[in-house]
Design a protein around this ligand. Structure first.
Ligand code: XLS
Ligand code: CA
Ligand code: CA
Length: 438
């Protein structure tokens, strides 16, 4: 049985192609900077947006027309699994990602919920035996159910904390069963609405304790996925503890967890934190914790997490620049945590959206590789900071300077003239690379 009869396998046809169901830039086997595009990009489909999402928003319900609409309950969950593997195959995408609650419905008790999961996980495992699509990461949805209204790992209610622990335990087992490459912690309710009723110190200590337990349990069962924290500053809570990359790194350092975690960075979350995506990637990269990407984009005219498919070539280029500078993403990948717009409700739109995202990242990769090969920014930066390679600058960098020696130097030397930062020139060079013949 086919869920997407109107769509055949999506192939690379090149940038002249007018076929909407073809890749124009993403050519999986094309080698860029020593690796194939497929190896660099490690694309993943988000199960929640593509198979569970329905086009609802706070002002209205479902708009999406989906070939699995006629099913309910566990039958619906099974139909989605069947459809998902057809989708991966047609898109030729190497990875997928899910929350526990995306793949199977909650039962009346935790036991029942876990039994539902067992059935669906067994089915996914079966499909994975013949499919080339692997699990990039799984995670626990510890934010949708009303029990998590005051948080999960940061709740004020120890019973809820225990429930969260149980749910997390099951998710780690699922990750192991399906050979997940990574495991993500996104704290949708791990934050606060008001400090007036919040013991911030206890909440953060408890969150670290939960992470510690996860590390121990993963070790116990031999689950060797890379653990990832996904920062987001707000939404649904007013303030989320994993605000951005820098805040998450400080948290990991404080609790001695830095060796066990990297970051899963999302473009739209960067925007919400008041940063560019490349800023978040740079912070993670220079701190050795750039793990994986949630690829999407926000709308600067709307102040919320719109999770649009990424099409901004400046952003994909500068993103892939950071990834290449990082030497790749290791076990991580580029997960489309992105949803088709409410008005794009037909099944074909799911393909068009992924093609747009994959092509935008492929183009970004090629431009970034060329920029690095030509040392465009490297040359500028080398030149710009050259005063730190000799004389007093060298002494500063080597840790030999003191305020005494700096004073001596300043008393004897007039301040050298500053030079232009050449921002506009650099932007126009970037334009040339993006518009050039790649
Ligand atoms: C929500 C987050 C979420 C995480 C996984 O804004 O992006 O989807 O990626 O829980
Ligand atoms: Ca995300
Ligand atoms: Ca998001």
């Amino acid at each position: 049985m086919s869920y997407f009869q109107n769509v055949l396998e999506i192939a690379y046809e090149g940038k002249q192609s007018t076929n909407p169901l073809a890749f124009k830039y993403y050519n999986p086997q094309e080698v860029v900077a020593g690796k194939t595009m497929e190896e660099h990009l490690r694309f993943a489909v988000s199960y929640w947006h593509t198979f569970t999402g329905e086009g609802a928003d706070p002002f209205g319900g479902k708009t999406a027309l989906r070939p699995w609409d006629r099913y309910t309950g566990l039958d619906l969950a099974k139909a989605r699994v069947e459809a998902s593997f057809e989708f991966y195959e047609k898109l030729n995408i190497p990875f997928f990602c899910f929350h526990d609650r995306d793949i199977a419905p909650e039962g009346d008790t935790l036991r029942e919920t876990n039994e539902n999961l067992d059935q669906i996980v067994a089915m996914i495992k079966d499909y994975m035996k013949t499919s080339k699509t692997k699990l990039l990461w799984n995670t626990s949805n510890m934010f949708s159910h009303s029990r998590y209204t005051h948080g999960a790992g940061t709740t004020c209610n120890a019973d809820v904390y225990a429930y969260a622990g149980a749910q997390l335990k099951k998710s780690l087992e699922i990750g192991k069963e399906l050979d997940a490459q990574n495991y993500v912690f996104w704290g949708g309710r791990e934050g606060y609405e008001t400090l007036l009723n919040t013991d911030m110190e206890l909440e953060l200590d408890n969150l670290a304790r939960l992470y510690q337990m996860a590390i121990e349990y993963a070790k116990e069962i031999g689950f060797d996925a890379q653990f990832l924290i996904e920062p987001k500053p707000k939404e649904p809570t007013k303030h989320q503890y994993d605000f951005d990359a820098a805040t998450s790194i400080a948290f990991l350092q404080k609790y001695g967890l830095k060796d066990y975690f990297k970051l899963n960075l999302e473009a739209n979350h960067a925007t919400l934190a008041g940063h560019t995506f490349e800023h978040e990637l740079r912070v993670a990269r220079i701190n050795g914790v750039l793990g994986s990407l949630d690829a999407n984009q926000g709308d600067l005219l709307l102040g919320w997490d719109t999770d649009e498919f990424p099409q901004d070539l400046y952003s994909t280029t500068l993103t892939m620049y950071e990834v290449l500078k990082n030497g790749g993403l290791g076990k991580g990948g580029v997960n489309f945590d992105a949803k088709v717009r409410r008005g794009s409700f037909e099944p074909e739109d799911l393909f068009y959206a992924h093609i747009a995202g994959m092509d935008s990242y492929a183009k970004g990769l090629k431009v970034a590789a060329k920029l690095i090969e030509d040392r465009v920014f490297e040359q500028v930066i080398e030149q710009r900071y050259r005063s730190f390679r000799e004389g007093i600058g060298k002494e500063i960098v080597e840790g030999k300077a003191t305020l005494h020696t700096l004073e001596q130097y300043a008393l004897n030397n007039p301040v050298a003239k500053n030079e232009s930062g050449r921002l506009e020139l650099l932007r126009s060079i970037l334009n040339q690379y993006i518009l050039g013949d790649l």
